[in-house]
Design a protein around this ligand. Structure first.
Ligand code: GLU
Length: 489
């Protein structure tokens, strides 16, 4: 049996969008499940909007997201080139074939003539369709127009009236009468073929047998089917994946938050968590299962179970899922994973890592299961690296200005000074004893120490953190808090 061949065909006009990434993932999962081939093709025919930078961002995004391609840019393959801008000769051949077979024709109608026809259709409240003026031009007229160098487009000569039927693997059977399609343009007057034409040539020549793409392309499919037929190729199976919407049910856009894959990377998401989340978004499987390893997805995914309706992006759920994946990493892997975020925040550098081989691991261990994103390491640990604590505004308002802490801080500094063996057990014992002596609620007492050491109202395990920080730093910070709170009074 032939191996299944699927593709992802992004236009390099921006970053790799979360919706595109999900479409790519669905294609990739099917290819891996069926031991087929996953092809990456860059659709850069729109020269005005396509950029090198965007191609780079897409390739980088795909790599980070873990979707390796079997054929495509950087990789090559038997059906290349994999950039549409390098396939012009193939399109020219296909156009010539259609012209030779009289399945397409040159149209010399000028833009102003066509505009007038469109205007007329509008005033008559009708739908504009090309009227076929140039469909059967007499041979002499055609030759003289070509010789005169008159600009022309090339149109597909639509065949007999018939129903175009295809069974979309997600949306079900779709029927459209060919009456609703006119002799549409396949090559513009500048010599460039249109998207529908390039895509059909490419998919056919690249032997794609399942076209799985966003449903914003579903209205193009009937035209593409006519082109497959005209070019003498078998039509592939189609599956049109519904859009992703924001929580307000409008199409997911920047207004809803991050939409590019690279932004999710920068925000501290793990690719495996994002794969899990995006695969699950709109794919109906047993509702009791949320966590799918990538191997599990490869085993269980099926395009037929993707919902016909748009899926609503739930950032909170993605964050929760990411937290689960972070917790499941080994301490070593989690430490490695947070390093770039600590560096990015300017808290550590390579020298620091070299000089303190175990410290980062200890910090990551004490932060425990609190991180929802890798970037959360920054607010949960920045005070370890800072010379001096910055007190949050709410620490000033809720702690320093509320309770009378001066005596407590003084006592804490005095008693902790005496602790000989600076370990969790001794610190804990000492703090309990001081807490019994001061006229402050136990909860507020510990909150006050947390505030002094971190500048925040939240932190990981207090005594665990104090062990890592070391006695000297703890004492200095308690004294600084004492000064800050007497000043703020
Ligand atoms: N290049 C098109 C896009 O980025 C996709 C075309 C297709 O998948 O058929 O929207």
């Amino acid at each position: 049996m032939e191996k299944i061949r699927v593709r992802f065909a992004p236009s390099p006009t921006g970053h790799l969008h979360i919706g595109g990434a999900r479409t790519a993932l669905y294609n990739w999962l099917i290819a891996r499940q069926k031991k087929g081939r996953f092809i990456l093709r860059i659709e850069d025919t729109d020269v005005e909007r396509s950029t090198e930078e965007s191609i780079r961002a897409i390739l980088e995004g795909m790599k980070w997201f873990g979707l390796d391609w079997d054929e495509g840019p950087e990789k090559g393959g038997d059906h290349g080139p994999y950039l549409q801008s390098q396939r012009k000769e193939l399109y020219a051949e296909a156009i010539n074939k259609l012209l030779d077979e009289k399945k397409a024709y040159q149209c010399f109608c000028t833009p102003s003539e066509l505009d007038a026809k469109k205007e007329k259709a509008r005033t008559n409240k009708g739908q504009y369709a090309y009227d076929g003026t140039c469909r059967d031009l007499p041979k002499e007229k055609l030759t003289s127009s070509l010789e005169d160098g008159k600009p022309y487009v090339i149109r597909l000569k639509k065949r007999e009236d018939k129903e175009i039927v295809f069974k979309d693997l997600i949306k079900g059977e779709i029927r459209i009468h060919s009456d609703t399609i006119d002799d549409f343009i396949i090559r513009r007057s500048d010599g460039n073929v249109v998207y529908n034409f390039a895509v059909v040539c490419d998919d056919a020549l690249m032997k794609i047998d399942h076209v799985i793409r966003g449903d914003d392309h579903i209205s193009n499919t009937p035209k593409q089917i006519l082109l497959y037929e005209a070019l003498g190729y078998d039509t592939p199976f189609f599956a049109h994946v519904p859009m992703i919407l924001g929580e307000d049910k409008t199409r997911l856009s920047k207004r809803h938050g991050a939409t590019s894959i690279s932004q999710y990377r920068d925000d501290g998401f793990l690719p495996e968590a994002l794969r899990n989340y995006l695969a699950r978004l709109g794919w109906g499987y047993d509702d009791s299962q949320e966590i799918f390893s990538t191997d599990d997805l490869i085993k269980k995914f099926s395009i037929e179970k993707v919902s016909k309706n748009p899926a609503v992006f739930n950032y909170k759920k993605l964050e929760w899922l990411n937290g689960v994946y972070i917790q499941n990493l080994s301490l070593e892997a989690r430490t490695e994973a947070v390093i770039p975020y600590l560096k990015e925040a300017g808290l550590i550098d390579d020298k620091f890592i070299r000089d303190n081989p175990d410290l980062l691991k200890e910090i990551v261990a004490v932060v425990g299961d609190r991180m929802k994103t890798l970037k959360d390491i920054v607010p949960y640990s920045d005070y370890f690296f800072m010379e001096k604590v910055q007190f949050d505004e709410d620490v000033k308002e809720k702690i320093f200005q509320k309770a009378d802490l001066a005596d407590a801080y003084q006592l804490i500094a005095k008693e902790l000074e005496k602790v000989k063996t600076w370990d969790k057990e001794n610190i804990e014992k000492e703090l309990q004893a001081i807490s019994d002596e001061v006229p402050i609620k136990r909860k507020d007492f510990f909150q006050a120490i947390r505030a002094a050491l971190t500048g925040r109202l939240f932190s990981p395990d207090l005594t665990g953190m104090m062990v890592i920080m070391g006695k000297e730093k703890v004492l200095t910070r308690i004294t600084n808090a004492l000064n800050a709170c007497t000043k703020d009074k």
